[in-house]
Design a protein around this ligand. Structure first.
Ligand SMILES: [Fe+2]
Ligand SMILES: [Fe+2]
Length: 225
């Protein structure tokens, strides 16, 4: 048996992994529509499968921790492709926010979660997720390079304009300290991470990975405010 907080965390994980599968399926569609390199399309296909596996494994973990077997709640409208965007603009925005930032933050975050996780099912899930996220992160930066090659000035300008808002979203999500009851040993063993660790990993990843990797591509990340 585990705590309500551990159940809520893994339940959210199920929803988040399904959302990632849906978003990546749309990225795949847009990659094909835009005639982007075959290798990127193939990797996107793999990632859709990975994310569905992650959702299933997260659900298995929830059950192993004593959580209820209720279906994941999905917001179909939030997962729909934005009708006001063409496929190339959709790719730039989604690769930028969900992969270049989201998957890059995910790698050190999952690594930090995995460190203290001793529950065998949670540990096995995080082992698999962490292995895959490194591939997803590399896909994001490779896709960004392909987009830049296609339209260097347009892509750099669109990302530069959107970056402050995207970064604020991640910072508000897990880059800001907020009151939290300390985690119990059992919660830590189930893969939960204290908020201070989230904030430290978020700031470190921005400073040592995302910032320099963007700069190398001629995009300046705004200072962390
Ligand atoms: Fe995932
Ligand atoms: Fe992923």
């Amino acid at each position: 048996m585990s705590s309500a907080r551990a159940h809520a965390e893994w339940k959210n994980r199920v929803t988040a992994e399904y959302s990632s599968a849906a978003v990546t399926a749309q990225v795949l569609h847009a990659l094909i529509q835009c005639g982007m390199p075959d290798a990127l399309c193939r990797t996107a296909i793999r990632i859709v499968g990975d994310e569905l596996d992650h959702a299933q494994l997260s659900h298995d973990t929830l059950l192993a921790l004593g959580g209820e077997d209720t279906p994941a709640v999905l917001d179909a409208n939030a997962l729909a492709l934005r009708a006001d965007q063409g496929p190339f603009a959709f790719l730039v925005d989604t690769i930028g926010r969900s992969f270049m930032l989201g998957e890059t933050f995910a790698v050190p975050l999952f690594a930090a979660m995995r460190e203290g996780t001793t529950h065998p099912v949670a540990r096995a899930t995080l082992d698999r997720v962490l292995r895959d996220e490194a591939v997803h992160r590399a896909f994001g930066w490779d896709a960004l390079d392909a987009l830049i090659e296609h339209d260097p000035d347009g892509v750099r300008a669109r990302i530069t304009a959107a970056l402050p808002g995207w970064l604020r979203g991640f910072r508000d999500g897990y880059g800001t300290l907020r009151p939290q009851d300390p985690l119990t040993e059992e919660e830590r063993a189930a893969g939960l991470l204290p908020i201070e660790r989230y904030v430290a990993v978020h700031h470190g990843c921005l400073a040592t990975e995302i910032g320099p990797w963007l700069a190398r591509r001629g995009i300046q990340a705004p200072p962390l405010s």
